[in-house]
Design a protein around this ligand. Structure first.
Ligand SMILES: *Cc1c(COP(=O)(O)O)cnc(C)c1O
Length: 352
């Protein structure tokens, strides 16, 4: 730290992204990316957009907002488009933090970082013993509620009826539902946007839409909520989404069938992988996402992580003692998961 750094940020512990090592080729099962490339149409769009990079992008992101809205029966005024969903989450913490914020103790690690960055009082609500969210704890609150649904890194989703209960019991504070993984099998809260003026639903192109590298996120909410977030966007970075990414996004929305079939493939591979791990003695939490959270009674989470890395496979290990027995395993292609299971067997054998 330099001696010039603001006192406001000196104590900040920044978010630690999953490893993106450049030293060798790994089977990357650590950051929940899609194992499939973007649709051919989306790739072609990027080339086309490259010819006009001398111009700024449309700061209103109008065309993409209209398309995203149309997909869900909403208008462009009920959609905001951002540089990854991390950015719209950041805006929501800024916009709705005055009465504090709350989120599960085991969830997306960025929530705590944003709370600290914006110096908001925050409550971390323990998960139940089975690692699911106890919705009773989120009723009748003062704070803004942040729920990842499905939750990460645990994988289980709440039903739309449960999300509705949380909304119903927090009419005077905002509820943010982060649906980064919703396309892998959970019920979306988007149909509730018309009913609840306190709901913000956050989604991303990073996981189910094979575009983690393009950085594109979005959120749906009542037009007044979206206007708040636009105020923050225009006060920080009006051209937050670049020209290439905007066009890629539009082409992606038009390739729903391509992505739906990839999501179905990932669900099938997820179920195969869960069974394979269970047959090796692992406890595997039920997952509605494109990853599994699993622990072996025989080998510690850290040993498994380290041994797999040596064998060329990256999974995500968290040091938080509540979940340090586990690893989070992104679902790749069937071929990748077969190699993964072979390597897991080797590690188990080497640690008998
Ligand atoms: C990956 C992830 C995000 C952020 O994704 P972006 O790449 O910034 O869109 C947000 N929330 C959760 C729960 C995630 O897992």
């Amino acid at each position: 730290m330099s001696r010039f750094f603001s006192r406001n940020f000196a104590a900040l512990t920044p978010y630690t992204p999953g490893e993106q090592p450049q030293d060798k080729q790994y089977i990357k099962l650590n950051t929940n990316e899609s194992p499939f490339p973007p649709s051919p149409r989306a790739q072609a769009m990027a080339t086309k957009a490259a010819a006009h990079l001398e111009l700024y992008p449309d700061p209103t992101c109008r065309a993409l907002r209209e398309r995203l809205g149309a997909l869900h029966g909403l208008t462009a005024d009920e959609v905001i488009v951002t540089n990854g969903s991390d950015e719209v989450l950041s805006f929501a913490f800024m916009a709705y933090g005055d009465n504090g914020v709350m989120f599960p103790d085991i969830t997306y690690g960025f929530y705590r970082v944003f709370a600290q960055l914006y110096r908001l009082p925050y409550t971390e609500v323990p998960l139940k013993e089975d690692f699911t969210i106890a919705i009773e704890d989120y009723k009748g609150r003062q704070e803004t509620v942040f729920i990842a649904n499905p939750n990460a890194p645990t994988g289980k989703a709440l039903s739309r009826a449960e999300i509705r209960q949380v909304l119903e019991n927090n009419r005077d504070n905002v509820v943010v539902v982060d649906e980064a993984y919703v396309d892998f099998g959970a019920e979306s809260a988007v149909p509730l946007v018309k009913e609840y003026d306190n709901l913000l639903v956050v989604q991303t192109f990073s996981k189910s839409r094979s575009m983690a590298g393009a950085r594109l996120g979005y959120a749906f909410g009542n037009a007044a909520i979206i206007a708040d977030l636009e105020t923050i966007k225009y006060s920080t970075n009006p051209y937050n989404v670049n020209r290439l990414t905007l066009l890629l996004g539009e082409a992606t929305v038009e390739a729903e069938d391509y992505y739906q079939s990839k999501c179905a493939a990932i669900r099938a591979t997820r179920n195969w992988t869960a069974k394979a791990l269970e047959s090796l003695g692992f406890e595997v939490l039920p997952s509605d996402a494109n990853f599994l959270f699993a622990r072996s009674p025989q080998v510690s989470g850290e040993t498994m992580y380290t041994a797999l890395k040596k064998k060329g496979i990256l999974v995500r290990h968290f040091t938080n003692p509540k979940i340090s027995d586990f690893n989070r395993i992104t679902i790749g292609t069937p071929e990748q998961m077969e190699v993964f299971i072979t390597k897991v067997k080797e590690v188990l054998y080497e640690n008998l």
